[in-house]
Design a protein around this ligand. Sequence first.
Ligand SMILES: [Zn+2]
Length: 510
Amino acid sequence: MIVAYDPFIGAMRRLITALVVASMLAVSATPAATAQIGQPDIIQEHWYHSYATLTLDVNAWADDYPEIINLSVVGQTEMGRNLWMLQITDESCWADLAFDGCEHLYYGGEGREGPLLLRKEVVYIDGGHHGNEHLGTELAFLVAEYYIEGWANGDQEVVDLLSTTELHILIMLNADGNDFDTRRNVNQVDLNRNYDHYWNTCPTTQPGSSAFSESETLANSIYMNDVVPHADLYITMHTGVWIMLYPWGKWPEQPSDWEMYHHIRDEVNTNISDIPIRNANQGLYPNCGTSRDYGYGVMGYPTFTFETDDEQFLLGTVEALSDRLDEELDVMHYLIQNVWYWRARLVVDSLEVEGGKVHLSVSNLGQASTSNATLLYFEEGDSTGFWLPGSNEPIEMTGLAQKGGMPQIQFDADFNFSTPGYGFAVNATNNTVTTLDFTGAPISSEGIWVLYYQKRVVDSSMWVGNPVNDSVVESNEGVEQGLLPAPSMLLVFVAFALAAINGRNSRIEQ
Ligand SMILES: [Zn+2]
């Protein structure tokens, strides 16, 4: 399904662009250092980064490629070293309000025709939680380098990717520990046990005095919540046993989104690498308060801990790092290239209104299932409320807040998505046909239908809303759908289109 270009969508895009640009500006900061030279390649390839050389390198990148790099400081270590954040993306299509020549990008790229891509895909990567795990930190560096140099060299796959995707990469979280070559930070805290997800509930050492007691983890969590709450991939880089770990570390059970994780495991193992990919608790050992479990259990991201092997020497490597980590980089490219698929991605095939009942056919183009999906109905001219199935009066929106530059709608309603006629589920890469009860709603030709669902199965995953394309709506009640919505609906549309986050919590399905 292709959403046709029309003046309304054009207006919506311009609004969204303005919001996206505003949100990018809001998180940018002037780099504190403006070094002119980074670590020469011949050295960088064989010598692990210190904080000083990393600072030189990321600033040199930012100076050389301002078109695609936004470098900022998102906090300090306990000893006051900067936490450098690289945002890598190509805004040229999005900054052009006419959107000429960029049409294909709004559907997520070739072969991914679905709902209009209203904002970019977001990937979040960090490295260096443990200061003595240099290869993992270098893997984060090499991922950034691959996309920066690929763009500079005109590699079309990279150029296309950066048109549709934002990479946010914090290469060295524990810069103090890195320079002392110690696992823990300067307070002797294991940063990867310091996150606010079942903190200090496993047999563990040095989790800190409380969750987020350390400036490094606190800064990382603030960035996740404020800037990238809508990410659809989070990878945290470590060194140890050669393995990729998905949630949970806390429990031996498979996570709610096991289908997505198993799909990724099978694809990687069949086509790219034999690297073991397992639940962290079983693949390694029980661990709590990790950034991986926090990323999934609280933020709702698909998360992996990527552990390189530990055949590292203290200062460097004889083999060039990019050769040494060649296979790991291939896995990263696969995960990033396919980020579009790491969520439920629903499209309405048909929507038929008959006597207040709505017959709905929905396809899920993504590799994650959703167990909570429904339709919302907005009456023409009403931008403060909407109708849910089974409701006899409109649900009032209680607020419109900003989160990470994203508007989010808030409302209070007791609504059980699993009640027949109210909500529905759609399995990954599958189709669901259902009938929803809208007999209480004043359905007319001028209302607007919005598909509203959770991106993944886990409770913490974000909710999204997409307006249903008029061309698939049919009514047997003698009214034609297809009129443009009233201008007062614009705000509602934009708010839903960008992201609607229901109250986050760290409640875990067991
Ligand atoms: Zn580690």
